[in-house]
Write a protein that binds this ligand. Structure first.
Ligand code: NAP
Ligand code: FE
Length: 367
């Protein structure tokens, strides 16, 4: 029995979390640099809540609301410069995974005079500014992971960085902020959380500790699935999914992801398919590919979901996600080449070759 476990993020999970715990912010300094997207902060009510509390505490703030979905290195660079100019003491990442991931890059760049490309070396002379994460989606779990996934236009894909210092110091989790998500974003982000649970569970680096988080993430997703299918998301389903997403983040913090994430990135980069949906489209064939290597765990996942086989799983996923796009063989060959370059491929429970990945794409997507 060998394992290590640490989570350097303090998690506060409750409705009204920001105002009830405002004193937590005082120790981070006098100047907050808020990183968010165009609309999520306002729609969710989280931006109002945090600025109100910062005003009360007399903490100055700057709102950087230029983070796009699947944030690019270029906007992180821009944010890093703005945070330096503002002399920020700490960074607040507020929104979905995109702003929270961007906040991690900005926190490093604000504290180090480095080329943004050097983020991917994971070695920085100065510690990043402290990060406070406030999620408004229930999917990435980025509030409890060290990872920052950034779009590299130079490489035509997404790459991640992160080390022990890029874990947020504080995660303020209020399920109320996810109430404003529409049906599609709710589904796509929930499937991302589920894929974190699954890819951590079926991972060469999984341990008995990471399995606790991974398996419970799958349990919570399964319990929320009927509400997702019927599109009847009430407060209790929202609570459950935010918790599910957090558990998935805690699981992948210790194992990383595998081929599903590696393969999904090209569907996002080249076809604009949202991250969680891209993962979900590949998952049935991923289960079939891995089945000979880990029957017990895949049977366990199916049992948790109350499903007889992966065929039934595939039908449910397809009805939730439904991709009408078609893909040529040469496109899928290109996507396979990009996927093979991702480090996460080596962590997949079954050894996966280039041909295996190509076959998973081909069987999952329409010709
Ligand atoms: P997202 O890209 O952050 O947001 C998707 C959309 O939802 C955006 O248009 C956003 O608006 C909107 N939105 C967010 N919260 C909302 C709310 N409460 N109400 C209404 N609209 C809202 O989506 P995401 O799935 O959370 O994050 C995806 C990114 O995270 C990808 O880049 C992915 O690669 C990365 N990721 C990171 C990790 C990790 O460990 N760090 C793990 C998995 C994935 P705005 O335009 O205003 O933002
Ligand atoms: Fe993900």
């Amino acid at each position: 029995m060998i394992f290590q476990y640490s989570l350097p993020t303090k998690i506060l999970f409750e409705e009204g979390c920001i105002s009830k715990n405002k004193q937590e912010l005082v120790s981070f300094g006098r100047k907050a640099f808020i990183v968010t997207g165009k609309s999520s902060g306002k729609l969710s009510g989280a931006l109002d809540d945090i600025t109100c509390v910062l005003d009360e505490l007399n903490i100055k703030y700057y709102i950087f609301d230029k983070v796009e979905n699947n944030p690019t290195l270029e906007s992180v660079d821009m944010g890093g410069k703005a945070a330096k100019e503002f002399s920020a003491d700490f960074i607040v990442g507020l929104g979905g995974g995109s702003p929270i991931d961007a906040a991690k890059g900005i926190a490093v760049l604000a504290a180090n005079d480095i080329n943004p490309l050097d983020l991917f070396t994971n070695e920085f002379n100065n510690k990043p500014l402290p990060i406070v994460a406030i999620p408004t989606t229930a999917g990435t779990g980025s509030e409890v992971t060290p990872y920052s996934v950034l779009t590299r236009t130079d490489l035509q894909t997404k790459k991640s960085f992160g080390n022990i210092d890029t874990f947020p110091k504080l995660a303020l989790m209020d399920p109320k902020y996810t109430m404003s998500l529409n049906r599609d974003i709710t589904v796509n982000t929930a499937v991302d959380a589920f894929s974190h649970g699954v890819e951590s569970y079926l991972n060469k680096k999984s341990t008995i500790m990471s399995d606790i988080f991974a398996r419970q993430c799958i349990v919570e997703f399964a319990a929320a699935l009927p509400a997702l299918v019927k599109n009847e998301m009430d407060g209790s389903a929202r609570n459950r999914l935010l918790y599910c997403s957090m558990l998935g983040g805690m699981a992948i913090s210790h194992t990383g992801t595998t081929i599903v994430h590696a393969m999904g990135y090209s569907l996002t980069y080249f076809r604009g398919i949202p991250h969680g949906k891209a993962n979900g489209l590949l998952m049935k064939e991923y289960f079939d590919f891995n089945y000979p290597a880990c029957r017990e765990k895949i049977d366990d996942i199916l049992a948790i979901m109350g499903m007889k086989n992966t065929g039934e799983f595939g039908k449910v996923m397809w009805s939730l996600l439904n991709d009408e796009q078609t893909y040529t063989d040469s496109e899928l060959e290109k996507y396979t080449d990009y996927a093979m370059q991702q480090r996460s491929v080596s962590k997949n429970i079954a050894e996966a070759s280039k041909e295996d990945l190509y076959n998973i794409y081909r069987k999952s997507l329409k010709a």
